[in-house]
Design a protein around this ligand. Structure first.
Ligand code: HEM
Ligand code: SF4
Ligand code: SF4
Length: 526
C-alpha cells in the first residue's frame, strides 16, 4: 500500500509541477481540488435552476422540452444545459483527483477520519444525482440507464413490486415515477451540500473558493466547450424497442456495461465491499500516530495564537481555570489533533534563548518537544566548519533533507515546517551556530498540514506572530518548498546558498553587532 501511495504522491507532485508551468502557484488546479469541487457545484446549481424553468416534468413532454432548450433557445437554455452537463463531468474529475490526492498524502488516517468518512456519502450522492440527471432527458440513453438501474435495484428485496416493470412497455411508465426522479435529482444534491458542510467541520479556514483567476479560466473553458460542443440528446426513448448501441457517458456511467453483463450478486458484492473498505480505510493498519499537543498552563499567557494557527480546529479557548490574571486558556481536543506541531511553532514562549528556566512552552508536542528541537539544532551545528555553515530545517513531508548533510551542512527534522518558531532562526544566526538557515518542506500551497508553509512565510515576512525579528539578516535565510520529489532542487539551492554565504563573508560576531538593544532584549527574554 505504501508503494502505491508513494507512486501516486510522486505522480501528483510531477503533475503539479507540470501544471505549474501554465498556472501561477496559487492557481494550480491540483492544489485547489476541493475548492474547484465547490465551484462546479455552484455552476451546476445555477444552470440547473435555469433549465428547470423550461423543463416539462411529465414523462411524455420531458424530451421535447429539452429539445426546445437545446435547439430553439440554444443561446441561453442550451448553453445552460451544456454548462450543467460539463460542470457535472468536471465535478467527477476533481472529486476523484481530490480523493486520490488525500489518499496519496495520507490525509485520511486516524483523527483525520471525519473528512474522509463524510466524503463517502458525498461520492455516492454525486453519482446518484448524475445518473438521475441522465434519466430525466428521456432519450435512448435515459431508457438504457433506467432499465439497467432498476433491474439492478430489483435484485435487492427493498421494493414490494419490481420497479423495472415501469419500463417494460410504453404504457407502463407513469409520470409519477418520473416526478420521483426529478425530486431525487434536486433533493440529493441538497443533502450532499449539507454533508459537505459537515465534511469541512474539522478543518479551519477551508479553501472553498478557488482563486479568481482559476475560477475565471475554468468557467471560460466550460463555456468554450458548451459553445463548440453543446450537450445533445440521443433519439427519444421508445419502450417498444430495446435500446442498443447507446453512447455512454464515461464520467457517470462507466460501470453500466459491467452491471449489465456480470451477475447481480457479484456487482452488489463488489459495490458493498468497496464502500466498506472506503469507510474502514482511516483505521486500517499501519497506524502511526504521534501524541497530540499538550498545554502547559504555567507557561501560557492565553494569547490565542495557537488557537488561530491550528489548521484542524483542535484548539478551543476557554475561561482561565488556574486563577491567574490571564483571561483565557487553550484546550486541545485530542480527537481532532493531527500532531502537526503548528501550535508549538506559534507560541510566543517557544523561545530557544531561554536558559534560566526550562524551555517549556505553553503548548508543545510530547513526541518532539521544542526543547528537543533546540538540542537537535545545537547538535546539528556542532561539527560544522567554514564560512558557509548551513542549518537545514526540513519537514518530514518535504524532500529527504538529511541527505544534504555534510561538513558544512547540518540538518534538523520536524513534523511540519510550521512547527519551527522563527526565534530558532534568530537563535542559530545570533549564536553563531551557522552562517545561514534553510527551511524546506512541501511544495508551495501543498502543505501536508494545510497551513505550515503559509504561516511560516507570514512569520518570516513579519505579518503573523510570532514573527522573525527585524535584526535577523534576511539574506542568510532561504526557503525551498520542493516537496518529496524536489531533492535535486534542494541540493542545488543549498549549494547556491553556500556560495552566496562564502561571498558574503563570515557573520559579524555578536559583540561586533550594533544592535546592543536587541541583545539586551534577548537576555531579558532568557
Ligand atoms: C463534491 C465533493 C467534494 C468537495 C467539494 C470536497 C471539498 C473539500 C474541501 C474544500 C476540503 C478542505 C481542503 C482544504 O482547505 O485544505 C476537503 C477536505 C477533505 N476532503 Fe473533500 N470534498 C469532496 C469530496 C470528498 C470525498 C469523496 C472524499 C473522500 C472519500 C474527501 C476527502 C477529504 C479529506 C480526507 C479532506 C481533509 C484533508 C485534510 O485532512 O487536510 N472529500 N474537501
Ligand atoms: S498539533 Fe496541529 S492539529 Fe494538534 S493542536 Fe497543534 S496545530 Fe492543532
Ligand atoms: S500560543 Fe502559547 S501562550 Fe498563546 S494561548 Fe497558545 S499556549 Fe498559550
Amino acid at each position: 500500500m505504501s508503494v502505491v501511495k508513494g507512486v501516486l504522491r510522486n505522480g501528483f507532485e510531477y503533475a503539479e509541477r507540470g501544471l505549474g508551468r501554465f498556472f501561477p502557484a496559487e492557481w494550480n488546479p491540483l492544489l485547489n481540488l476541493g475548492a474547484l469541487g465547490f465551484f462546479f457545484y455552484w455552476i451546476i446549481t445555477v444552470s440547473g435552476i435555469y433549465i428547470y424553468i423550461f423543463f416539462d416534468t411529465g414523462v411524455h413532454d420531458a424530451y421535447d422540452s429539452i429539445e426546445y432548450m437545446t435547439h430553439e433557445q440554444w443561446y441561453l437554455a442550451g448553453i445552460m444545459r451544456s454548462l450543467h452537463r460539463y460542470a457535472s463531468d468536471a465535478l467527477v474529475v476533481v472529486m476523484f483527483a481530490h480523493i486520490l490526492r488525500e489518499f496519496a498524502l495520507d490525509r485520511y488516517r486516524g483523527v483525520r477520519w471525519f473528512s474522509w468518512v463524510t466524503g463517502v456519502p458525498i461520492l455516492v450522492m454525486v453519482f446518484v444525482a448524475g445518473i438521475s440527471g441522465y434519466w430525466l432527458v428521456w432519450d435512448k440513453l435515459a431508457q438504457y440507464v433506467a432499465i439497467v438501474s432498476t433491474e439492478w435495484l430489483d435484485l435487492l428485496p427493498i421494493f414490494g413490486e419490481p420497479i423495472a416493470r415501469n419500463f417494460l412497455s410504453p404504457d407502463a411508465i407513469e409520470s409519477r415515477f418520473f416526478t420521483l426522479m426529478i425530486f431525487m435529482h434536486i433533493a440529493i444534491p441538497l443533502i450532499a451540500l449539507a454533508i459537505l458542510w459537515m465534511h469541512l467541520q474539522r478543518v479551519t479556514k477551508a479553501r472553498i473558493n478557488p482563486p479568481r483567476g482559476l475560477a475565471i479560466s475554468m468557467f471560460a473553458a466550460l463555456m468554450g466547450l458548451s459553445l463548440i460542443h453543446p450537450a445533445m440528446s440521443q433519439a427519444p426513448a421508445d419502450l417498444a424497442t430495446v435500446p442498443g448501441n447507446v453512447g455512454l457517458d464515461w464520467f457517470y456511467l462507466p460501470l453500466y456495461p459491467l452491471l449489465e453483463t456480470l451477475p447481480g450478486s457479484l456487482t452488489w458484492g463488489m459495490a458493498t465491499c468497496l464502500l466498506v473498505i472506503m469507510i474502514a480505510m482511516p483505521w486500517l493498519p499501519p497506524m502511526k500516530r504521534a501524541r497530540p499537543a499538550e498545554v502547559d498552563l504555567a507557561n501560557c499567557n492565553g494569547c490565542g495564537r495557537c488557537y488561530n494557527d491550528c489548521p484542524y480546529n483542535a484548539i478551543s479557548l476557554i475561561a482561565r481555570t488556574d486563577g491567574t490574571a490571564f483571561e483565557r486558556e487553550p484546550i486541545v481536543n485530542a480527537a481532532f489533533c493531527v500532531s502537526c506541531g503548528l501550535c508549538a511553532g506559534s507560541c510566543p514562549t517557544s523561545m530557544p534563548f531561554r536558559r534560566l528556566s526550562a524551555l517549556s512552552p505553553g503548548i508543545d508536542m510530547p513526541d518532539h518537544t521544542i526543547a528537543t528541537l533546540r538540542e537537535e539544532t545545537e547538535k546539528a551545528a556542532a561539527g560544522l566548519s567554514g564560512t558557509d555553515r548551513i542549518i537545514v530545517f526540513g519537514c518530514d513531508s518535504g524532500p529527504a533533507h538529511t541527505t544534504v548533510s555534510s561538513d558544512t551542512v547540518g540538518t534538523v527534522s520536524l513534523t511540519c515546517i510550521g512547527q519551527l518558531p522563527p526565534a530558532f532562526i534568530d537563535y542559530v544566526l545570533s549564536r553563531d551556530l551557522a552562517d545561514g538557515v534553510v527551511l524546506t518542506g512541501c511544495r508551495e500551497n501543498a502543505c501536508h498540514a494545510r497551513y505550515g508553509i503559509k504561516w511560516t512565510e507570514d512569520r518570516l515576512a513579519g505579518v503573523r506572530d510570532p514573527h522573525l525579528r527585524r535584526r535577523v539578516p534576511r539574506e542568510r535565510v532561504r526557503t525551498v518548498w520542493a516537496g518529496k520529489t524536489g531533492m535535486a532542487r534542494l541540493r542545488d539551492e543549498v549549494a547556491a546558498f553556500a556560495q552566496d554565504l562564502r561571498d558574503m563573508g563570515p557573520m559579524p560576531r555578536r559583540a561586533e553587532r550594533k544592535d546592543h538593544g536587541e541583545n539586551r532584549k534577548e537576555l531579558e527574554d532568557a
